[in-house]
Design a protein around this ligand. Structure first.
Ligand SMILES: Cc1cc2nc3c(=O)[nH]c(=O)nc-3n(C[C@H](O)[C@H](O)[C@H](O)COP(=O)(O)OP(=O)(O)OC[C@H]3O[C@@H](n4cnc5c(N)ncnc54)[C@H](O)[C@@H]3O)c2cc1C
Length: 302
């Protein structure tokens, strides 16, 4: 039996792995893809304190798994399909079963895709899901923002301060966002609103150069340097939905120790309630969860 199994090898899971294994816990991280998490989708990260040089998400995350392994943390490439309470916890993957005294769920979140042609291919090459992270790279350029909710409008306002022009593209004829936000958007000179439109496809070779819209049944070409998609985030909490309390957005409820409503099961990073959905916060959560998971095990074994 492992002391701690961490599900997800993004910043939260890897930080938890570094802390738990360095504190002497027998720790296993199960990651369904390559370790690194969502940030590996980003062309550059430059807001992680202490790292002055800006790097691609992939470069930035490269040494995190190595640092965890250095302290004895095991990392396996397997997708967790089930967690059960059973004399501690039983964790199932398609090929194996593992047991642990405590669990840290660090499965993160997945930005919802808008579904246009080229969206996957150009992610990190002009298609972004995070304005705070990538907006700066479009200074004085032209971008399209897709969506009609609060996030889309707030991010369009944020981008309007950095970029030359923002096309705000929404598939309906009115926004869902709060009236006060809508008013600000309508009063912003460099935001051009395009209602009743969906993005059909991305134009470009290596990077985004434009888009083709479906506008009232007709095709319209727009020259843009970047596309920001804000059609919602989906937290990956499906695994624990019958085990712990979730909020209305399916985020896992935790206390300040990252403890969920089920003793011994902790959650960290984007998947938890009130996360600011940034790498530095996810890494902090991972450390908090690991330290408290160890305290929990020690208390149970007394
Ligand atoms: C394009 C983009 C740019 C960004 N830029 C920045 C930035 O510049 N600065 C910043 O601070 N933040 C940025 N962010 C946000 C940042 O990436 C996230 O806040 C951070 O990655 C959250 O870390 P996490 O470990 O909680 O979750 P994630 O990074 O989502 O990692 C979760 C991991 O769990 C794995 N997983 C999920 N389910 C399972 C399962 N069932 N079994 C096994 N593994 C599973 C996933 O494969 C994933 O690797 C950006 C996000 C995106 C999408």
């Amino acid at each position: 039996m492992k002391d701690i199994i961490i599900i997800g090898g993004g910043p939260a899971g890897l930080s938890a792995g570094i802390y738990a294994s360095r504190l002497g816990a027998d720790t296993l991280i199960l990651e369904k893809l390559t370790p690194g998490g969502q940030i590996t989708l980003s062309s550059e990260i430059e807001n992680y304190p202490g790292v002055c040089e800006s790097k691609s998400g992939i470069e930035f995350m490269a040494c995190w798994p190595e640092q965890a392994k250095k302290f004895g943390c095991e990392i396996l490439s397997e997708e967790v399909t089930q967690i059960k309470e059973d004399k501690g916890f039983l964790v199932k993957t398609p090929s194996n079963e593992y047991r642990a005294k405590a669990i840290i769920v660090a499965t993160g979140a997945t930005p919802k895709r808008a579904g246009f042609e080229g969206e996957e291919e150009f992610t990190g090459k002009g298609v972004s899901y995070c304005a705070v992270c990538d907006g700066f790279f479009y200074k004085d350029k032209v971008v399209a923002v897709i969506g009609g909710g609060d996030t889309a409008l707030e991010e369009a306002l944020y981008l309007s301060k950095i970029t030359k022009k923002v096309y705000l593209i929404h598939r309906r004829d009115k926004f869902r966002a709060a009236p006060v936000t809508q008013k600000k958007v309508f009063n912003t000179q460099n935001i051009e609103i395009i209602f009743n439109a969906t993005v059909k496809k991305v134009l470009g070779n290596e990077f985004v150069e434009g888009i083709i819209l479906n506008l009232n049944g007709e095709e319209k070409k727009l020259k843009v340097d970047g596309i920001f998609v804000f059609v919602g985030m989906k937290v990956n909490s499906e695994l624990v939905k019958d085990l712990v309390e979730l909020n209305e957005w399916d985020e896992i409820k935790v206390d300040l120790n990252m403890q969920t409503s089920l003793k011994g099961l902790f959650a960290a990073g984007d998947v938890r309630e009130n996360s600011v959905k940034q790498v530095v916060a996810a890494a902090g959560d991972g450390a908090v969860a690991a330290i408290n998971a160890i305290k929990y095990i020690e208390k149970e074994e007394k």
